[in-house]
Design a protein around this ligand. Structure first.
Ligand SMILES: *[C@@H]1O[C@H](CO)[C@@H](O)[C@H](O)[C@H]1NC(C)=O
Ligand SMILES: *[C@@H]1O[C@H](CO)[C@@H](O)[C@H](O)[C@H]1NC(C)=O
Ligand SMILES: *[C@@H]1O[C@H](CO)[C@@H](O)[C@H](O)[C@H]1NC(C)=O
Length: 536
């Protein structure tokens, strides 16, 4: 990827500017003459190479928040008759064309592309343009100082769906506010998390080891358990941890922010005939939308085995006492009533941001959140509208404003975007697509219906639970001897069954906290220890 050579380029530039400023301050005649000379660079030119902590405040004072939004300049598709053209902030004349590169014939590789971008007519000789190139599957960036042809190589598409997307919609090109460079540079640690390669997987493991103290101990073979479906019952919990590709990267960040050692969840259900099903919020349908679905176990398991994000999966069987009172028909009734509803994005994004509060771990900050939201709006307009625009409107008490309108309104009220984001979610807010549930709040809402939280059913708010809070609940099997025989566990190891994966899953504090009234309504969660006060 393009960002690897950055570290050598920057110090040189620093040096150049340092020299320039020396020349300027020592070589100029004292008093008055400065105004007559044309400065060789404008303050805006220097922004990109300032460290982020310095660049943002400077930018914030130079511009209004709306000017900090990335601007969409072009969508470059392979079949375009003429190159896409636009005006940059440094280079006035730019054009780009995309050429697909073929994969190999036996279909192991679906090919990639080369984007050729020409820059010309610079406003000044020190300026630069900073671009982000994005599809819903990847995001990469580059910046250009020189007026010439540049190439951006995409060695391989993530999956066939990305190639299809690019053929139809092209790669979106965003011109970034120049001060973003510092932010993007500090993202170097984070971007590889999303790469669907061995390198991407390594980055995820390294990130989790470094920031959460996770250990990734290799398991002995077999990595796939020989499951007897008869041994699995309604209500048994599935904890998944993906470590590769788009979902791997996303889960890694979610784990880090919430302290959970799993990034996704699903739940088992048995019907009257004894057939096994999996109910899941976050199931990807044919249209590529994340929805709530109930699928036959065999189908779900087959998808898990083929999943390119290399999932590690654990089955957490319910405790026999809980199981004996589990109201299966109420669970089914709830699950069926939710089928087809969208995954709870509003909920998820904001439960994260509440967690981060006014203390974003670097490199996250409100400006970056805003930039990502604005790019996402362009890439997936329908999703974005209900993902955050609606939620942000609710926070302002407005209706139907788009992101641009929201930022203008926020400023008008003398509030920062940062402050807007931290206004907490209210349970009674209902979005246009109904109540939203994330993967884990869907399961816990089902548990609630099935009586798992009795006698505290009425005083448990499931939207307050993270995945970590869910597996810490003391509702699971705690007797090693009563786990199914195909369940590979070891003495003095937690009593859950890992059913898939090359690394041992750890779920610290698994099965330790009995449900109580108003559970988790007041819990901090700060890396790296995520200490949880009792009864918070
Ligand atoms: C950009 O600006 C230049 C003049 O500065 C103009 O000639 C050109 O047509 C503009 N548009 C594009 C797409 O380059
Ligand atoms: C088929 O794939 C193998 C490796 O997966 C590769 O070595 C070989 O060159 C490919 N053959 C063709 C015709 O592309
Ligand atoms: C189980 O749930 C169903 C549907 O909600 C309800 O009609 C039934 O009375 C419940 N059974 C028990 C034992 O609580």
């Amino acid at each position: 990827m393009a960002q690897r050579r950055r570290s050598d380029a920057l110090p040189c530039l620093w040096l150049l500017l340092l020299l320039l400023s020396l020349v300027l301050t020592t070589g100029l005649p004292r008093g008055g003459a400065v105004g007559l000379m044309k400065l060789p660079f404008s303050p805006g030119d220097v922004l990109p190479i300032l460290p982020r902590q310095v660049a943002w405040p400077v930018m914030n004072t130079l511009h209004s928040a709306v000017d900090l939004l990335p601007s969409f300049v072009a969508a470059v598709a392979p079949g375009d008759l003429s190159p896409a053209a636009w005006n940059g902030s440094c280079f006035a004349v730019n054009e780009a064309a995309l050429e697909l590169t073929p994969g190999d014939r036996n279909g192991t590789d679906i090919g990639g592309a080369v984007l050729r971008l020409k820059t010309a007519s610079a406003q000044s000789w020190t300026c630069m343009d900073l671009y982000v190139f994005a599809t819903p599957y990847r995001i990469t960036w580059d910046y250009y100082f020189a007026a010439r042809e540049h190439t951006l190589e995409i060695s391989s598409w993530e999956e066939a769906a990305e190639l299809e997307y690019v053929k139809q919609h092209g790669i979106s090109v965003f011109l970034m506010p120049s001060g973003m460079l510092g932010t993007l540079l500090s993202l170097i640690d984070v971007l590889p998390l999303f790469s669907n390669t061995g390198w991407g997987q390594y980055s995820n493991l390294a990130f989790l080891e470094k920031h959460m103290g996770a250990t990734f101990e290799k398991r002995s073979q077999p990595w796939v358990a020989n499951i007897r479906k008869e041994d699995i019952q309604s209500g048994d919990f599935l904890a998944l941890s993906k470590i590769r590709g788009r979902w791997g990267g996303f889960e890694t960040l979610e784990k880090w922010v919430t302290g959970a050692f799993a990034g996704h969840t699903a739940v088992c259900l048995k019907d009257e005939k004894g057939d096994l099903w999996v109910a899941e919020s976050g199931f990807e349908n044919e249209k590529g939308e994340e929805v709530i679905a109930i699928v036959p176990w065999d189908e779900w398991w087959e998808m898990a085995l083929k999943d390119g994000s290399n999932p590690q999966i654990a089955l957490l069987p319910l405790h026999p006492d809980i199981r004996s009172t589990f109201n299966e028909s109420a669970a089914w009734e709830f699950a069926r009533s939710m089928v087809g509803k969208p995954y709870g994005y509003h909920n998820m994004i904001f439960s994260w941001i509440d967690t981060i509060g006014d203390n974003y771990p670097p490199p996250l900050d409100a400006n970056l959140v805003m930039a990502v939201m604005s790019m996402w709006t362009r890439l997936q307009p329908l999703y974005a509208a209900n993902m955050w625009n609606e939620a942000l409107n609710k926070r302002l008490g407005t209706e139907g404003l788009d992101l641009h309108g929201i930022i203008v309104e926020t400023e008008r009220r003398g509030m920062s975007f940062d402050q807007l984001l931290t206004i907490p979610e209210q349970d009674e807010w209902v979005y246009s697509d109904g109540k939203s549930t994330t993967c884990v709040s869907f399961i816990l809402a089902m548990y609630k219906e099935a009586g798992v939280f009795a006698p505290f059913t009425e005083s448990i708010q499931v939207t307050e639970f993270t995945i970590r809070d869910a597996y810490m609940l003391k509702i699971f099997q705690n007797d090693q001897a009563r786990l199914p025989s195909w369940c590979q566990t070891e003495a003095d190891k937690p009593t859950f069954c890992q059913i898939l994966g090359e690394y041992k899953m750890e779920l610290p504090e698994y099965n330790t906290i009995e449900p109580y009234a108003k559970m988790n309504e007041n819990c901090p969660s700060l890396p790296p220890t995520y200490k949880r006060p009792s009864r918070c």
